[in-house]
Design a protein around this ligand. Sequence first.
Ligand code: ZN
Length: 316
Amino acid sequence: MPRLKTSFAVILSIVLLTVAGCASGGQQSAGGKVKVVTSFYPLYDFATQIGGEHAHVVNLVPAGVEPHEWQPKSRDTQRMVNADLFIYNGAGFEGWVRDFLDSLKPGEKPVIVEASDGIELIRGESATGHHSDEEDGHEGHGTEYDPHVWLSPLQAIRMAENVKDGFVRADPDHKADYEANFRTLSDRLQALHQKYEQSLAGARGKEIVVSHQSFGYLCRDYGLKQIAIMGLSPDSEPTAQDLKRVRQLVRERGIKVIFFEKLLSGKLVKTIAEDAGAETLVLDPLEGLTPEEEKAGADYVSIMESNLQNLLKALQ
Ligand code: ZN
């Protein structure tokens, strides 16, 4: 009997050591909280709100960084491997995610959530007014589908629900809290969706000129059309022909506002706008916060609300 006790104690201390070792191998222990890793800002926002006090959420792409070109470093991979819940957008947005998921061994898998799961995706080429018969050089960036689902408040509700389901799978004990937090968030998103629907239905104009082709879902769900200066990824430099086409459209349609993004240089947009006698305003694709927005406590809903204000200015 005493022997058995000893070996139990030994086993227990080994288990405890192993647990401690695992926790310090990744980031600091989350203090009994569900360790969540999200790939970019909107998912971080949703996960923080839904996870509430039970979650410790780490976002991979830091504030001020444009995520299309971001790649995980070994520290990031370590965080993902050690997470209880890993949430990414999918639809080709995170070019690196396939390799990461393939590298996971069966036993160590965190619960995985592809937030865009179940959303009807827009094919890469039909997402735009781009007549891409000029050349097909815009490939190789996983642009089979338009990944920018989060920019439609309607689709954001679905994404938040997927995030909530992930929490319930990773930590079923707190299901009721996750459900309640999700309802609070989805009420806010629902109200945002209605605001978009009602105010954009009354807008005079329907065409917007944007920097990179990220508003396909917003346009589809609220009856607008985007004219994009760049492709689905902001690294696809516009050709001289693209620029000529945009300038022409802006003049022909009497477009008064050209939108720019805070995480990209606005130089190109400003040049085109000056040429065409148009104004520039921000339309934020919410691929990340700027450090100032982060400090000011901005979130998905507040930024989407200022996006709507600027859309209405441009379309009146
Ligand atoms: Zn984008």
